[in-house]
Design a protein around this ligand. Structure first.
Ligand code: ZN
Length: 78
């Protein structure tokens, strides 16, 4: 499980079940296990605290903006 945080204010955005190694480039909605302070604003996923845009929502996934978030936790090996 990864905990995704806002890069600017460190607010927790969501918990995400990452499968496989590599960068977090996009998040599939059905693998987001918990939404903390992430908020949906139109097509954007934003930080509920400082309103930084974390990613752009497209259909069933969120394209993550690399400089706008950090994460901690472990990835699940395939
Ligand atoms: Zn923030």
């Amino acid at each position: 499980m990864l905990t995704i945080k806002c890069a600017r204010c460190k607010t927790k955005i969501m918990k995400y079940k990452k499968i496989g190694m590599g960068k977090v480039l996009r998040c599939y909605k059905d693998r987001i296990t918990r939404l903390y302070d992430g908020e949906v604003d139109g097509d954007n996923l934003i930080c509920g605290n400082c309103e930084t845009v974390i990613g752009q929502i497209k259909d069933n996934k969120v394209d993550m903006i690399q400089d706008h978030f950090t994460y901690s936790g472990s990835k699940i090996r395939k």
